[in-house]
Design a binder for this molecule. Structure first.
Ligand code: PEP
Length: 254
């Protein structure tokens, strides 16, 4: 088994303002200065990237965006490119979050194009995959996750996954308070890793696969103790300093 670290990333979604962000960022900077051997990041709305860069620069917490354009530059009104994110010190860009897939038309091909755009610029994409409740109940979880994964792998090749992070996020667990049990999540994580391993065991062993879906301080340690769960993508709980710090520290201990 290759060595891979744990990564906890916050997804603020469309929340925050200058005043609230400052309080949260100050608390995170102070309380996560003790981090060692685990990694932590926050993915924030575009307008706050400068604020986040100013607050976190030189510290232990990385940052990123929640989306990006698949295009490099040009006449794309309202869009934000990978190189703009780099200008503000981003390390990560989330691609294929279920809210973007469901509400903003990000289909598999668009997600793959965004993944490529991020990597080409030197960002690390966090690729989200996951099934809806209907799909889980229809016993097609593995089929759905495989399709979402293959859509990217077929474009970038297995080596293209080296510089990326995967996030397994069952849609029915996002923002619902319903967490996948550690065993349920582990089963899908193992499935994803095995699918990548068919193409390259090395890439599979090194791949960080986060779990996302109602992770909180109270369930993080158990989830992170599973062999194929390498940290988490955190929505609601990332808006609370107490919760997010506790989750990051749980990943360090796991
Ligand atoms: C998410 O938005 O990626 C997420 C996992 O949200 P929550 O933690 O609120 O379920």
């Amino acid at each position: 088994m290759g060595m891979r670290g744990k990564l906890v990333a916050g997804n603020w979604k469309m929340h925050g303002n200058l005043v609230e962000n400052k309080a949260l960022l100050d608390a995170l900077s102070a309380r996560l200065s003790v981090l060692e051997g685990a990694s932590c990041a926050v993915c924030v709305p575009y307008p706050y990237l400068f604020q986040v860069q100013s607050a976190l620069q030189g510290g232990k917490i990385a940052w990123g965006a929640q989306n990006l354009s698949q295009h490099e530059k040009g006449a794309f009104t309202g869009e934000v490119s990978a190189s703009m994110l780099l200008d503000f010190g981003c390390k990560y860009a989330i691609v294929g979050h279920s809210e973007r897939r469901a509400l903003f038309g990000d289909d598999d091909a668009t997600v793959a194009a965004k993944f490529v755009a991020a990597q080409k610029a030197g960002l690390t994409p966090i690729l989200c995959v996951g099934e809806t409740l209907e799909e889980r109940e229809g016993n097609i979880t593995e089929q759905v996750v495989a399709r979402q994964l293959d859509a990217v792998m077929s474009v970038v090749g297995v080596d293209g996954l080296k510089n990326s992070v995967l996030a397994y996020e069952p849609v029915w667990a996002i923002g619902t308070g319903k967490t996948a049990s550690p065993e349920q999540a582990q089963a899908v994580h193992a499935f994803i890793r095995a699918r990548v391993a068919v193409a390259s065991a090395d890439v599979a062993n090194g791949l960080v696969i986060q779990y996302g879906g109602s992770v909180k301080a109270s369930n993080a340690a158990h989830l992170f103790s599973m062999p194929d769960i390498d940290g988490g993508l955190i929505g609601g709980a990332a808006l609370s300093a107490d919760e997010f710090v506790a989750i990051c520290l749980a990943s360090q201990a796991a």
